[in-house]
Design a protein around this ligand. Structure first.
Ligand SMILES: CC(C)(COP(=O)(O)OP(=O)(O)OC[C@H]1O[C@@H](n2cnc3c(N)ncnc32)[C@H](O)[C@@H]1OP(=O)(O)O)[C@@H](O)C(=O)NCCC(=O)NCCS
Length: 133
């Protein structure tokens, strides 16, 4: 998976049980996933159409650093499906621990907000890369 962004859990991000608020983590992942998908599709004109099951595996506490990773799973005519995973940095042993993962679908839209095809050259490159991996 490719590193997309890093976040630090602040006191303002905490919910009622001293853990990072789930909705905040989802927003971070949606933004990171959207940015990743936009770079892959060579356009900023993408919207989130679907977020699959979101699993919060481990709590995140204040001061913990969260790295968000992405991977392309599928490319359609106007959509791209990606895997998004958030991992916390374990500073003591320099490893990462997965805290949350999901799959997201983003769709390229035109000026009217309707689905529009991803450029054929970009689409072909992404499909070729998927075949290689
Ligand atoms: C994205 C949107 C334009 C798609 O409209 P639509 O009428 O479903 O368009 P289409 O039927 O042509 O489908 C477009 C693509 O979306 C995909 N798609 C639509 N619904 C889907 C779903 N439930 N799951 C997965 N993919 C879906 C289709 O498979 C298609 O992909 P493809 O072109 O690669 O084959 C429309 O649903 C929309 O505007 N949604 C709101 C987006 C938004 O505001 N997101 C921010 C969060 S509020």
């Amino acid at each position: 998976m490719e590193l997309i962004s890093t976040k630090i859990c602040k006191t303002s991000d905490i919910g009622v049980n001293e853990n990072l608020f789930g909705g905040t983590l989802m927003a971070w992942m949606d933004e990171a996933g959207g940015s990743f998908a936009a770079v892959k599709c060579c356009t900023p004109n993408l919207v989130t159409v679907k977020i699959n099951e979101v699993l919060f595996k481990k709590p995140v506490k204040v001061k913990e650093h969260i790295r968000i990773y992405g991977k392309v799973l599928k490319v359609g005519r106007s959509s791209i499906t990606i895997s998004v995973e958030a991992r916390k940095v374990m500073f003591s042993d320099a490893v990462e621990d997965s805290v949350c993962s999901t799959e997201m679908v983003f769709v390229k839209i035109d000026k009217e907000g309707n689905a529009s095809p991803i450029k054929e050259k970009v689409r072909k490159k992404l499909i070729d890369e998927l075949k290689e991996n």
